[in-house]
Structure formats: C-alpha cells, structure tokens
Design a protein around this ligand. Structure first.
Ligand SMILES: O=C(O)CCC(=O)C(=O)O
Length: 900
C-alpha cells in the first residue's frame, strides 16, 4: 500500500451518515477491500474474504453466495478482461447517486459540491482526443452539446466560453481535492471490458485543466491522474504489466507566452501553443475573460481535429500533494449512528443507499425496514432497528404553519360544523375553468384530545411503527432500466388493488394489520362527513361509497410524494387520508392544460403553474378531496417536515369499472373486511373506540440507572447489579405521554423463582434475558417476549414464546408503558383480559408476595408501571378468573396510589 493512501485512509472520517459519532466499527477502506478481492477468474468475482464491519442485522446467507459478474451488450465487446474488479459498482444510476456521497449527479457527468468536483463520470460520448488508460484520464469537460441534425450525433457546435465545471475542476486542483472517477459501459475507450454498467475506478487528482480548440470550437479539457500509482489498476487489461510511477521524468515541459506572459505546457505533438483562456477572472470588481490573443494560435495551419498529445504529457506522473480523506466505499449507517442522541434511524442517511459489503453493489433502500443488496446474486441485507418515535410535535421540524398555508382568492373557505366530536373542519371550494365549483378539499384539524383517544392517531402512529406493512419504494419511471427512478416514499396497498402509474403490491383487508382497519374506519367516517356537506350534497344518487382500498405510505426524512392526481377512471370521487407523525404541507396546482391560474401566476417556461391551495397537515389531521373533476383539473403533492411520517389514504375503487371479471372478483374479495373490523367503528365522538377503559393513573419516580445496555443480552451479573431497579429512560424528547425506552429487572434469590431483565428499545419490541433459578444454579435464556398491541395506553402483554425449562411454568405479564421525560412513568392499571381481543393466553395475576424470607426489595408488592407477581412464578391456572377475583383489591390499591 502506498504511504499516502494508507495515511489518508487511516484518518478517514468516512462518508458515514451525518448522525455519525465516531464509528464503532472499523471503516472499510478501498485498500482493505482490494486486498480481500481475489483475482478475477472466468468473470466471477468472489466476495471479500472477511469483512469486519459491524452490522446490526445481516442475512446469515449473505456470505455464502458468490456474486457473478454480469456482462451486458456493452460498447467494449472484444476488449481484454480486466485485471481486477471494481470495489463499488452499480447497474442503476439512482443506485450510484443514493449510495455514493461523491456522486449525487443524476443527470450531469460530474458531481460538484462546494464549488469542487467530487466525482466524474466517463460514459458514452467519448471524444476523439479522450484518453482512458490505466493511470490517467483525459476528457472533455461539461455541456454545450446539441444534436447535429445532419449526423444525428450529439456534438459541440458552439464554443464554451465560461465553463462552470472547468472552474470547479480548477478549484479541485487548487484545493487538492481527490476526485472519484466512474466509468460506464458506454465508454468505448476503456482498456478492458468493464464488468458492470457503472464501475467506480478509483481516486484521481486533477493535474491539468485547459482550453483547446476542436473543429474550431473552444472546449475545456481535464487531465486526471490516479492517486494510488503503486498498485495496478483493476481496469488494466489483465495481460499488461504494471509500470511503477516515475515522478521525475518524463515531464511535459512548456514555455511562457511572449504576449500574455503565462506559462503553457507543451502538450501537442504538433508543437507548443498558448493555452491561456482562463474561464473567467475577477478584474477590478467585474468578471472579465482574460483569453490571450495568441490562444491556440500555432502560427501555422494546423488542423485542430488531428492534434495528438505528446508522449511526455501522457507519461508524466505527479505525486498527489493532498490527502485521501474519504473512502471509496462509504461507511454504511450502523448501530453507532443510531445510538447518537436524537437519532431515530429514519434520518436522510438511512433513506439513502449503501454499498454492499459483500459484492460492492450500490443498493438503494427499497424496503422500509432494511437494505437489501440489489445484486440478484448476492443476498446481503442490513438493518438498523429504529427508535420508537413518539407522536409529538417535537418530531416535526420547526415550521410555522402559516408559512405553509396559501389559499388562492378564487377558493372560498368555510368552517363546517360537525354534529359530533371536537374536530375543526375547514372546507375549500375548488373552482373549475369557468369559476364553477368542481369539488371540495376538507381539512379535518385534529387536536391532542382526539389524538390521544384509544385507537386514535397516537395509537395508530405507534402501531404503524411496529406493524408489518410491507412498505417498498416502487419505480416511478423506467422500471427495470438503467435510469429507473424509485419513488421518494415507501408504499403498500390494502384492500382492492389500486392500479396507478406506480405499480405496487397489494394485500387484502382480511390480512391487514389491525391498524389499517382502525384507520380505515376513521377515514370512512371523515369521507361520509365530507360527502354529506360537499358541493354536490343535494345531488341525490351521489351517496358516499365506503372506501374499499387503502394506500399506506411511509416517509423517512426528506421523503416526499411528487405532484400527481388520483384521477384514475376506476376511482370514486372521494379520497381521504390521515396524516400521522411529523407535519407536512399538501399543495394543489392546476394542471398545465387548462385555463385555471393562481393570482401568483407566472407560468414558467415548462407551463408549470403555481399552487392555488396549500395546507399544513399535522399529526392526526385528515384531508378529504371530494369531486372527480378536482383530479382532472388539479394535481397535488405532499412534503413532510420531519423524520417520520405515515399517510393512510383511502379511495373507492368502482368494481364495475374493472372489465376483467377475475380482476373484479379479486378486488371485491380483497375489500372484504375482517370480522373484528366492527370493533373499530368510528363516529367522530370523544368516546369513540374507547372499548378499553381508561383507568386512573398515578405517577411514581424510579431509580435511574445507566448500567444496562439498551439492547443485547443482559448477564446475570448485570441483573444482580441492577437488582430490582427500574429504568425508564426516554430516548426521544417530547410530551409526557410518549413511549420511550424502558428497562426493568426483577430477580429472586430463591430456588424456583425467576430473574428477568427487560429492555425496551422500541414500542412493541422487547428484548429480554431471563434466568431461571431451579436449584441455586442460573439457567440463562428461554424467553423471547412478543407483544400484541403496541400503543402507549394499552396494556402490553408479554408472552413466552418458547418452552420453559423443566419445572418452570409458562409465565405472562400485563404491562403498560407510558414513559415520561423525567424518568417517571405513569402507573396505570388495566382492564380485564377480556378487553384485549388480540390475546388469548394466560395472564399473570397480581398476588401478594410469597411467604418466607424475602429480600427487602420484594417485601411489598410492587407497581412499576405494570403489575406483576413480583417474584413467584405463577403456576398455570385460570388467570382470567383470578383476575376477576383480584379486581377489588386492585381498585383499592389504585385508589391508594392516586391518593383518593
Ligand atoms: O398525504 C400523503 O402523504 C399523500 C397522500 C396522497 O396524495 C396519495 O396517497 O395519493
């Protein structure tokens, strides 16, 4: 390894997520990966032999498969095989842009940031004088090409005067900025056959940026030299030998121009020429070109198309004067990132792609819950378990709702009085081309009371975070192609399949998680309200059609849904959606091909119009659009303002419009509601959905200990140390009803009793370590608890999922987990098990402590946010009847606790 490479990478801070504290795992460097890459044989690349990068979750199968190199019908047929393989590659442009911090250029051939070039793409459009060798690249810089109507080729027909990209290359050279070069299979000049469509070559540095003429047209050129010259480049033809760099000779010497006094190198075989055509220079406060009059004047007739570079210019080598600070393989977000205070694992860095540590494939985050390598032959996956995000205003960026609200003068707004509940509803009348009303947008404004209702928005938000929603990003353009573009949000459809331009998977309502059905009921209520007060309310026959579909959409930080309409011919006139999580702005603008405009209108060149309505949606708000013509005349977009948001949107798909009878049957069956759906009927009232009794609460403050890890196995020593301590620790700031992280420990020194450590790192997922003491010896591990129901105010049920050790009984808990930011949590009792339709197993009753000597901690029954039998393993019996029996006693205890 060359010294400079080692040095640079040693100090690499990595392109890891902005969440990064110093990574806990070693940074994977290009060098280390290179060393691990075996020589290519029969076009097959083996994965690196070892990879120590820490991952929170990785498919165990990942290392077993050997990804094969895929060759396309590229422009390099007949070229020799390369000496090695790229450590980073992609077959999708979006993959590169999402996974590589040094190449976020979706369109252009170079990625600039802070006025410097960080990444450069050499794909098609190879110029006559371009050079692509083992150690150097020479290429034309930037734009200015148009289609030549005669040849049909893209050609540069006009001189490039000021070239912003050339200035950025000069800045990279001056600041010693390494540039990563990527080569595409469209490049005819590569010395070998490139194995993937996009292949990351290596770090280069700029040695020369100059202006030349080609076909009498001025153009900018750049010469880049590979930084690590000590090792043979992977793209060298397999048969060529590696030439070690000579930094002394040859050198392309030059001379000073007698007119402008500026030195130019001697780079053309045809002779020296002045190359001074600075892109722009600031001269006394203004920008002025300082091109020398002798620029590109050879003093004789020279056909500029036939110019050739001198051997010296091609062979000279320049030691890179800077340092490599960023690796070719960016660090993927890892557990250390997640442990940074405030990090949720929904940050933009987690929305981005990764470079697969097994095969180097740039992989977009297609699945909501994990990264899956996009190389179909690999199988690597990686995940970060997200934090439980509380339903709190704190999860929205600091936005002023007024700044996100706009109502065009042509739109009348009125307040709608609903007969039930305390929703504040605003109705907007949306005009057509003649000013007639074509539909309404309703904004149902929620509030903390509505949000906190059982099965209300807070509960829905908590449940959505743990439900299996199958959310995926789907192609919005060019499905399967190199330029395929995935949406900036994740989605999954429920009920009748909803077919629109973005194709996605759909699951019938009967298989949907309960949260979908609960939300559907709320949207159905809102839709009905809207239709009964909408612009066509008097039009008989325009009855509300209950929704038979729901699109669940999830957004990470910086996700969005672009302008679109819900105007498919198969859809009914009403669309309703509920917003959960961070706030967002929803905006409507008239489509191009109609005469509707906003008073702010200044139609831009592409005919795109300004928004006529913009509303600020907060957690719990419901939006309803009613009127098909809204969809014909307008399009809408949604831009969230925070790290996590869900939107559940329902529509009515008209079965009669599905011409294929099988498709119609499938849609009808998929829309059947599960039997339990009637439990979640919603009528807008304040008591709606409160089948679950809300009982009095008390607050207790408990000892706080940091001794425990938030995840992982807890040793019995840990248990002893934190003997019967309760830790309720908030991981996220916000209101006192948020669910945070909670760890509990209970223990008993007696044979036949039990020690338990509970560590809650997110709503609904509990990591546990349990130790059963049978005969004085501790037997670790047996329980893995699962929860059913995941809402802050619902009781939680922990159920052992494996068989207990001999002599131990199955054991269950009822729990409740509201956690406040001051290390207090609210102890709430819970209604009888019959109130919990999702659970049919046994419940641990609250009973008195066992007889006999006890540790002081166990001498009183404890109520730590949940009631349980402190140390005794309850024998299997009829818990439900025991519950009933203990009811009075519990009420008394509660009354005592709440000082009544
Ligand atoms: O509220 C949202 O995020 C998007 C709703 C929407 O426009 C849709 O699903 O079509």
């Amino acid at each position: 390894m060359a010294d400079h490479v080692g040095q640079g990478l040693g100090s690499a801070k990595g392109y890891s997520s902005p969440l990064s504290s110093p990574p806990s795992s070693p940074t994977s460097t290009p060098e280390s990966l290179k060393q691990n890459l075996p020589e290519i044989e029969n076009n097959v690349t083996s994965p690196p032999a070892t990879n120590k990068r820490k991952r929170e979750s990785t498919s165990p199968k990942a290392t077993a498969k050997k990804p094969k190199t895929v060759y396309y019908g590229n422009k390099q047929e007949g070229k020799p095989m390369p000496h090695g393989q790229p450590v980073v590659w992609s077959d999708k442009r979006q993959g590169l842009c999402e996974a590589l911090p040094y190449y976020r250029a979706y369109q252009s051939g170079a990625y600039t940031h802070g006025g410097k070039v960080l990444g450069f793409m050499c794909d098609g459009e190879v110029g006559d004088r371009d050079v692509f060798e083992d150690q150097i690249m020479i290429a034309r810089v930037g734009g200015g090409k148009t289609i030549n109507e005669e040849t049909g080729q893209r050609e540069q027909t006009k001189s490039q005067d000021d070239c912003a990209l050339a200035i950025s290359f000069i800045e990279s050279q001056n600041t010693r900025q390494p540039i990563v070069v990527i080569a595409g299979q469209g490049n005819t000049g590569s010395p070998s056959k490139l194995p993937h469509y996009y292949n990351v070559l290596d770090h280069f540095h700029v040695t020369d940026v100059w202006c030349e003429k080609y076909n009498s047209v001025v153009r900018w050129m750049v010469r880049l030299e590979k930084i690590d010259l000590a090792h043979k480049s992977w793209w060298s033809a397999g048969t060529t030998s590696h030439s070690h760099p000579n930094f002394v000779s040859p050198k392309a010497l030059g001379q000073v121009c007698s007119i402008c006094k500026v030195h130019s190198k001697n780079i053309y075989k045809q002779g020296w020429v002045c190359l001074n055509a600075d892109p722009v220079k600031a001269v006394v406060g203004k920008h002025e070109k300082t091109t020398c009059p002798a620029f590109f004047d050879f003093g004789r007739d020279v056909d500029d198309k036939t110019l050739k570079f001198t051997e010296e210019f091609l062979l000279e080598r320049t030691r890179f004067p800077g340092h490599l600070t960023e690796p070719l393989v960016p660090q993927m977000p890892n557990a250390a990132d997640k442990d940074v205070i405030g990090a949720l694992a929904f940050e933009e860095s987690c929305r981005k792609g990764i470079v697969c540590t097994q095969c180097g494939c740039c992989s977009r985050r297609i699945h909501w819950e994990k990264w899956v390598c996009e190389n179909p032959l690999c199988g690597f996956t990686s995940a970060l378990t997200p934090r439980a995000v509380p339903a709190s205003p704190a999860i929205s960026e600091d936005e002023d709702p007024k700044d996100h609200t706009f109502v065009s003068k042509s739109i009348a707004s009125t307040t709608v009085d609903l007969c039930s509940g305390n929703w504040a509803v605003t109705k907007y009348d949306i005009p057509g081309e003649e000013g007639e009303i074509v539909g309404n947008v309703f904004h149902f404004k929620s509030n903390t009371t509505i949000n906190g209702q059982p099965n209300g928005p807070d509960d829905l938000f908590a449940e959505l975070q743990v439900a299996k929603l199958g959310l995926k990003r789907n192609p919005s353009k060019c499905r399967g192609a190199r330029n395929e573009v995935l949406t900036a949000h994740w989605a999954h459809n429920w009920g009748a399949p909803y077919k629109y331009s973005v194709r996605q998977e759909s699951t019938e309502f009967e298989k949907a998680p309960r949260v979908i059905i609960k939300a559907l009921k709320r949207l159905t209520w809102a839709g009905k309200q809207a239709v009964s007060t909408g612009f066509d309310k008097d039009d008989k026959g325009k009855e509300f059609q209950p929704f038979n579909e729901m699109l669940s959409v999830g957004y990470f930080e910086k996700g969005y849904m672009g302008y679109h309409d819900d105007g498919e011919a198969t859809l009914g006139p009403t669309v309703a959606s509920i917003s959960l999580g961070c706030s967002s702005t929803m905006k409507w603008r008239p489509k191009k091909k109609n005469s509707i405009v906003s008073e702010r209108e200044r139609i831009n060149q592409k005919g795109i119009k300004k928004d006529v309505l913009s509303i600020f949606l907060e957690h719990g708000d419901i939006m309803v659009m009613h009127g098909s013509r809204i969809q014909q005349l307008y399009e809408h977009t949604v831009i969230p303002h925070g790290k996590l948001r869900f939107a559940l949107t329902s529509r009515y798909i008209i079965p009669a419009t599905i011409s294929d009878p099988i498709g119609r049957r499938i849609a009808e069956t998929a829309a059947n509601l599960p039997d339990f759906s009637s439990e979640y009927e919603y009528d807008g009232s304040m008591t709606a959905g409160s089948k679950i009794q809300v009982l009095p609460r008390t607050k207790e403050t408990h000892q706080h200990s940091d001794a425990w890890p938030t995840t992982g196995t807890v040793s019995s020593e840990d248990l002893q140390e934190t003997y019967f301590s309760v830790l309720a620790r908030m991981q996220t700031a916000g209101s006192p009803t948020q669910v945070g992280t909670m760890q509990t420990a209970q223990s008993s020194p007696q044979a036949g009793t039990m020690q338990t450590a509970h560590s809650f790192s997110q709503v609904g997922t509990m990591q546990t370590a349990s130790y059963f003491s049978q005969d004085g010896t501790t037997q670790p591990g047996y329980e893995q608890y699962q929860y059913s129901g995941n809402t802050p105010r619902l009781c939680y049920l922990a159920e052992a999922s494996a068989t207990p050790p001999p002599g131990c009984e199955h054991h269950g808990y009822l729990m409740n987990l509201p956690v406040t930011s001051s290390y207090e949590y609210t102890a709430t009792t819970y209604p009888p098990p019959s109130m919990y339709p999702t659970y049919n197993g046994p419940y641990a009753p609250v009973v008195a402590p066992p007889a006999g000597p006890l540790q002081p901690q166990f001498q009183q029954p404890q109520y730590y946010g949940y009631n349980y039998t402190p140390m005794m393993m309850a024998p299997a019996q009829n818990y439900a009847s025991m519950w009933e029996d203990g009811q009075d006693e519990r009420q008394e205890t509660l009354a005592r606790q709440s000082g009544q």
